[in-house]
Design a protein around this ligand. Sequence first.
Ligand SMILES: Cc1cc2nc3c(=O)[nH]c(=O)nc-3n(C[C@H](O)[C@H](O)[C@H](O)COP(=O)(O)OP(=O)(O)OC[C@H]3O[C@@H](n4cnc5c(N)ncnc54)[C@H](O)[C@@H]3O)c2cc1C
Length: 460
Amino acid sequence: MTVLERLEQRTGESRGIGFTIRTMEVFDQRGVLRRLGPIETATAGHFGGLPLDLGVLGAAHRAARTVPQSVTEQALEGWARELGADIRRGQEVQALEDTGDGVTVTVARGDNREILRARYLVGCDGGRSTVRKLAGFDFPGTDATTEMLLADVRGVELEPRMSGQQIGNGFLMVAKLPGGIHRLIVGERGIAPRRRTGPPPFSEVADLWKRLTGSDISHAEPVWVSAFGDAARQVTEYRRGRVLLAGDAAHVHLPAGGQGMNTSIQDSHNLGWKLASVLAGHAPEALLDTYHSERHEVGRRLLVNTRAQSQLILGGEEAQPLREALSELLQYPNVVRHLAAKASGLDIRYDVGGGTNPLLGRRLPHLPLTTGARRTSSTELLRAGRGVLLDLGDNARLRDRATPWRNRVDVVTGTADPEHALPGGTTAALVRPDGHVAWAAPGSHQDLATSLTRWFGPAT
Ligand SMILES: Cc1cc2nc3c(=O)[nH]c(=O)nc-3n(C[C@H](O)[C@H](O)[C@H](O)COP(=O)(O)OP(=O)(O)OC[C@H]3O[C@@H](n4cnc5c(N)ncnc54)[C@H](O)[C@@H]3O)c2cc1C
């Protein structure tokens, strides 16, 4: 795998500052968490500024707070290099051609041009994606109507307001980041986004802060200043021939509830194993179409929830009745669970074929297990990035049926602790490398061999 990044150096910018519960699970499944160092976690979340207890989900992980995106990028880059990825910095994609059997990419490196050939090209090149434009993807949606200013600063002591606060004619958010840095986000209603060619000066942030709060922060030392808006767009297809899109290249939205980077990571997590399987000659190319059908719907719902949150956060007095109505609904445990699952990336259910088993299409929760004399867990079993057929009923016939896929799927017989029994009386589950359940017994309409073929290619 070759990664082309136009920047010579990492920027050190930290847009995303946290992980959803699902990202924590996925990083644990791949053994990446330890690379990130100590992580502060919390159960407090919010939906459009209304407090939400994520603890009700009872997940093994909590959401992570205050991990700078630059730290995440560095950890993922180090891991990718160890796995053999060829990461080339200072190389900009400028042109591409899908030739049907591959993609030709023109790359600029300073004054030099190089032509590369790849079997597939994945555009992970952000909200202004060059790959998206060159490959002719449609990107419908709405332009930004409001601009927010962001400053990471040293030298001021401010009370954290992670869920944000309505104040005067605007709103603000304060988060404490590592290294004595505070993140401030401020916005004022009715001010249309400006055309900018660079980041705003810190004085603009300090002026707006003073207008809204009355306090002076102009003496603070800015570490990073930026502006962003509430534009909301999504491509109509995630794959065109041999070109695919992931992350902000496929969807942009207000970073409400800190979901953009997390959804982008989940896009890649969904696509990576499918691409690897097709390239290895196991699965047919059609497997890549499930990347679109699964992740486009997730992105569509992401835009719905961030647009709804935009109205709660950016709306003024006129949004107060909406906030009150939603606050009333949040007295009901089921409403809290529903929104907490949405904010945590745990509400996703892919179409893996019909059935009554409640796990079908959902992510397998962390499941402590005993296999033989060994203590392990579903999380640990997924570390190899392969499929796992989990046999919780010591079922020899089931194991036999999976034998022709053993080069792609690990078959594990184990016993779950009684207090962690899976829902629906589940005695067996076929888990994809991304941790989603593709088949489960009892209750799958498809038989095991059909599911194995669909997700891992024909028997060998
Ligand atoms: C203020 C703010 C706060 C945010 N907070 C959160 C948060 O708390 N949690 C969260 O989950 N998300 C958050 N987000 C969103 C998050 O930062 C993005 O969703 C995430 O960075 C998307 O990752 P990406 O890899 O798709 O794109 P990017 O991070 O934009 O990366 C794209 C990369 O492609 C490179 N590139 C671009 N064009 C080319 C080219 N032609 N050739 C080669 N390389 C190219 C760029 O240099 C860049 O390194 C926030 C965003 C903002 C603006």
